[in-house]
Design a protein around this ligand. Structure first.
Ligand code: ADP
Length: 225
């Protein structure tokens, strides 16, 4: 895949994070995952009501656009001249304001948004994926109460560890808010990018491997155009 900036759009739990790792390894993209960066700086105060990043994350609310755009700019500035050509944005933009900000950033860096993969999946599936998921505290292997149990109950298949953890925003109250934010604020981006002629839908209710294949097909087709 030649140089391109790609956005992964989709509800919480649609699998963007996993697919961004696949695409990074399959095509050599640098991934900017805004959620991961935020989780690394949970103690920072971000808004006028004096709430920290961690408090906002745990509530499921979106952070202010200005904070997010500064964060993305600083992540882009960390990339070398070769890396800057192939960037994948996971979990950004999530509002029309952020999409407009990204478009200005792209101009500054002499790039365009070449492709937006819109991962679509019903809320019922998302709820079970998110409320059921947990991971091994040792090696990070992911399991799910509904779909994917360790072979031996309570013992990680990957490393034999017995400590597991859940994301602090993977609970019913925060998820309700995350889904609300997604439908209210991020939903309109599908039309925004469709009007720009760069949106392609991906059925994210399929298995991880099938979604990976679908995404690869889209990128390969784009490359041939
Ligand atoms: P999910 O895919 O479950 O939404 P993320 O790790 O991408 O998980 O994001 C976790 C949280 O980080 C969001 O609920 C939100 O509070 C914050 N966040 C992530 N990306 C953005 C963004 N682009 N704008 C505002 N807040 C964001």
């Amino acid at each position: 895949m030649s140089d391109s900036w790609i956005v992964l759009l989709g509800a919480p739990g649609c699998g963007k994070g996993t697919q961004s790792e696949f695409l990074a390894s399959d095509y050599g993209f640098s991934v900017i995952s805004v959620g991961d960066v935020l989780r690394g700086g949970k103690g920072t105060y971000v808004e006028e009501r004096g709430r920290t990043v961690g408090e906002l994350l745990d509530s499921g609310e979106l952070l202010p656009d200005a904070v997010i755009l500064n964060l993305v700019r600083s992540e882009l500035n960390k990339l070398g001249p070769k890396e800057i050509g192939k960037v994948l944005f996971d979990g950004f933009p999530r509002t029309v304001g952020q999409a407009e900000g990204l478009s200005s950033l792209a101009k500054e860096f002499g790039r365009d948004i070449d492709l937006v993969l819109n991962f679509s999946v019903g809320d019922d599936i998302v709820v079970r994926r998110i409320l059921g998921r947990y991971k091994c505290a040792g090696c990070g292997k992911v399991f799910n109460d509904f779909f994917l149990h360790p072979v031996v109950s309570g013992v990680c298949d990957g490393c034999g560890g017995v400590e597991f953890e859940r994301r602090t925003d993977d609970n019913e109250v925060a998820l309700k808010r995350r889904l609300f934010e997604y439908h209210e604020k991020t939903g309109p981006l599908a039309r925004y990018y469709s009007n720009a002629g760069v949106l392609v839908d991906v059925d994210a209710s399929l298995s991880l491997d099938d979604v990976r294949d679908a995404a690869r097909n889209i990128l390969n087709k784009k490359e041939r155009e």
